[in-house]
Design a protein. Structure first.
Length: 101
């Protein structure tokens, strides 16, 4: 299985971040800036503060199986999100005692 990686720029309205791919088994998203970003799966529209939402730099979302294979949409005006498909090395961090407001 090949991997792909890159960055996604969030917009003020729901937009397709990754088109459907029957070969994709996993995709990892990591926030690069502290702009609230919502994700939706299976062709649904993404909405801020609904469903899966990332808020902080370094917040990570791993999507697998049928959710990874379907289209993935995001919303988050000026958000910058890194992604990688396929296997990844997981790096986590502890809670941030001073989260962005």
């Amino acid at each position: 299985m090949s991997t792909a990686q890159g960055t996604i720029a969030g917009t003020a309205s729901s937009a397709t971040a990754l088109a459907a791919s029957r070969y994709r088994e996993r995709v990892t998203f990591t926030m690069l800036n502290a702009i609230t970003t919502g994700f939706a799966f299976g062709g649904n529209a993404a909405a801020l503060d609904e469903g899966v939402v990332l808020h902080e730099i370094g917040d990570t979302l791993i999507v697998e199986a049928e959710l990874a294979r379907g289209p993935i949409t995001v919303i988050g005006n000026t958000a910058s999100i890194a992604y990688q498909t396929g296997a990844v090395v997981a790096v986590t961090r502890g809670p941030n005692p001073f989260p962005a407001s």
